[in-house]
Design a protein around this ligand. Structure first.
Ligand code: PMP
Length: 441
C-alpha cells in the first residue's frame, strides 16, 4: 500500500474548487478561467486527472523537467539517510557550495542557503545594508522580488498594484529599460536608460545613501524584458560610485536558461556583488541561495548569527547537486540556445502574418510575445492575450501573460523543451491568433 495514495479522482474539479475557496485564503488565485486539476508531470508535460496531457511552456521551476527521476532519487535517497540543520558538518553542504560557486565569477565565492527566492532577496537586502550601513534601495519600475514585507516594499509590481500601499520613501524607482515600449531605442538605449540611476542615487543620498540596486538580469514580471546592451554595466558603475552594492536577482533567469551563458547577468558582461537564486535551483524542491563576495559576507558577520532551520539541509543540497548534474549531463544550456534560436525564428514568422504580434523578444528559453492592437500606438492587447492563453490551454498548451498591461505572453518552459515542442506551440499559436482576429472583426 503506498503512503501517498492516488487521490487524483477523489473529488471533481468543482468540488476541489469549492473546498479550496472555503479552506484557502482568497488572496491566492488560480490559473485559467476554469482551473486545471494537474495530478502528475514528466519532462515538459503535465497531466490532468482525466489523463489529458499538456505541453508546459511556462514553468521555469521544473527546470530539468517535471519530476525528473534523477532529482527524485537524490531527494528520496538523502531523505531516507539524514535530514538535519546546518549546525553539523556535512559533506553535501560543502560540495554543493563548491559546485555552485564554481559556476559564478571568482569574486562570488561565499554561499548562504535559504528556502525560496523571497528569502534569498530578503537576505541580500540585509547583507547590503550591513555592508554599506545605508538603507535605501533602487529598483526597476514594475519589478517583483518576493512576497515578504521588505520584498513587497521594493516591488513596484506589488506596491503600485491592487491592494498595494505605494512606494516607501526609502525605495527609488527607475524606468523599465524597455526598448519596445519605453522612451529610448537604438544602440545607446542601454546607456540612456542607465542615466536614470544618477537621479535615483541623488534621491537616495538625500535620505542617507543607497544601500543596493536590485535588478533582475532579464525582467520577468515586468514583461519578459531583455535589458539593452550596456545597461547593467553603466547602472552598476553609477551605484558603486555612490557606495551601493549591486544585486542580481537570478531567481527566474539562472541555471543555463539564457542559453549562451549559465547566468543571465553574464549576457550583460557584469559581475554583481550579490546574486540571488531560487525557483529552478531545486527543480521544485523549496531551495534558494545567496552568493556574495567574502567582503560582504564578512560585513554581514557582525555578531548576529544568521541561522535558517531548513536552508542548506542535506536533502536540499542533494537535490541542488542533482539539478546541476542533470543540466550538465543532458546539455540543457546548449538545448536552450538551440531551441531558442529556432523558436524565435518561427515566432518572427508569425509576427509577419499577425498584426497583433507587436514584438518577439528573448534570450535562451526566456521569451516574450508582446501583443498590441496597433503597431504605431502600441495600444496593449491585454484582453486578446488572455483570450489566446485560454484558447491555447484548450488545445493542451500552457502559457501565461505578464507585464504592466498583461499583454505579454511568456514562454519559459523546462529546459528539456524541444524543437518538436516549439513546432507544436507555434502552429497552435498561428491558428489561435487567426481565430482571435476573426472573432473580433
Ligand atoms: N524574484 C523574482 C524575480 C521572482 O520572479 C520571484 C517569484 N516569482 C521571487 C523573487 C520570489 O521567489 P519565491 O516565490 O520563491 O519566494
Amino acid at each position: 500500500m503506498p503512503v501517498v495514495k492516488d487521490v487524483s479522482r477523489r473529488r471533481t474539479v468543482s468540488e476541489l474548487s469549492a473546498a479550496r475557496q472555503q479552506r484557502l485564503g482568497a488572496s491566492l488565485s488560480f490559473s485559467y478561467k476554469s482551473p486545471l486539476h494537474i495530478v502528475s508531470g514528466s519532462r515538459q508535460f503535465l497531466f490532468d486527472a482525466t489523463g489529458r496531457r499538456y505541453l508546459d511552456c511556462v514553468n521555469n521551476v521544473a527546470h530539468v523537467g517535471h519530476s525528473h527521476p534523477y532529482v527524485v532519487r537524490a531527494a528520496s535517497e538523502q531523505m531516507a539517510r539524514l535530514n538535519t540543520n546546518t549546525r553539523y558538518l556535512h559533506e553535501l553542504l560543502i560540495e554543493y557550495s563548491e559546485r555552485l560557486t564554481a559556476t559564478l565569477p571568482e569574486s562570488l565565492s561565499v554561499a548562504f542557503f535559504v528556502n525560496s527566492g523571497s528569502e534569498a532577496n530578503e537576505l541580500a537586502l540585509r547583507m547590503a545594508r550591513a555592508h554599506t550601513k545605508r538603507n535605501d534601495v533602487i529598483v526597476l519600475d514594475c519589478a517583483y522580488h518576493g512576497n515578504t514585507s521588505a520584498m513587497i516594499d521594493i516591488s513596484p509590481y506589488k506596491f503600485d498594484g491592487p491592494g498595494g500601499s505605494g512606494r516607501p520613501s526609502w525605495v527609488h524607482k527607475v524606468s523599465m529599460p524597455d526598448v519596445y515600449r519605453g522612451q529610448h531605442r537604438g544602440e545607446d538605449a542601454g546607456i540612456r536608460y542607465a542615466d536614470a540611476l544618477t537621479k535615483a542615487v541623488q534621491a537616495a543620498d538625500k535620505n542617507g545613501g543607497v544601500a543596493a540596486f536590485f535588478c533582475e538580469s532579464a525582467v520577468s514580471c515586468g514583461g519578459q524584458i531583455i535589458l539593452p546592451r550596456g545597461y547593467l554595466s553603466e547602472a552598476y558603475a553609477t551605484v558603486r560610485a555612490a557606495g551601493g552594492v549591486c544585486v542580481a536577482d537570478e531567481v527566474q533567469t539562472g541555471f543555463g536558461r539564457a542559453g549562451s551563458h549559465f547566468w543571465m547577468f553574464e549576457t550583460q558582461g557584469v559581475t554583481p556583488d550579490i546574486v540571488t537564486l531560487g525557483k529552478p535551483i531545486g527543480n521544485g524542491h523549496p531551495l534558494g541561495a545567496v552568493i556574495t563576495t567574502p567582503e560582504i559576507a564578512a560585513s554581514f558577520a557582525n555578531g548576529m548569527e544568521y541561522f535558517n532551520t531548513f536552508g542548506g539541509n542535506p536533502v536540499s543540497c542533494a537535490v541542488g547537486l542533482a539539478v546541476l548534474d542533470v543540466i550538465r549531463d543532458e546539455e540543457l544550456q546548449q538545448n536552450a540556445l538551440d531551441v531558442s534560436e529556432y523558436l524565435k525564428r518561427e515566432l518572427r514568422l508569425l509576427q509577419d502574418n499577425h498584426p497583433l504580434v507587436g514584438d518577439v523578444r528573448g534570450l535562451g528559453l526566456f521569451l516574450g510575445i508582446e501583443l498590441v492592437r496597433d503597431r504605431n500606438t502600441l495600444e496593449p492587447a491585454g484582453r486578446e492575450a488572455t483570450q489566446i492563453v485560454e484558447r491555447m490551454k484548450e488545445r493542451g498548451i500552457l502559457l501565461s501573460t505578464d507585464g504592466p498591461f498583461h499583454n505579454v505572453i511568456k514562454i519559459k518552459p523546462p529546459l528539456v523543451f524541444s524543437r518538436k515542442d516549439a513546432d507544436v506551440l507555434v502552429s497552435s499559436l498561428d491558428s489561435v491568433l487567426e481565430a482571435c482576429v476573426t472573432a473580433d472583426t
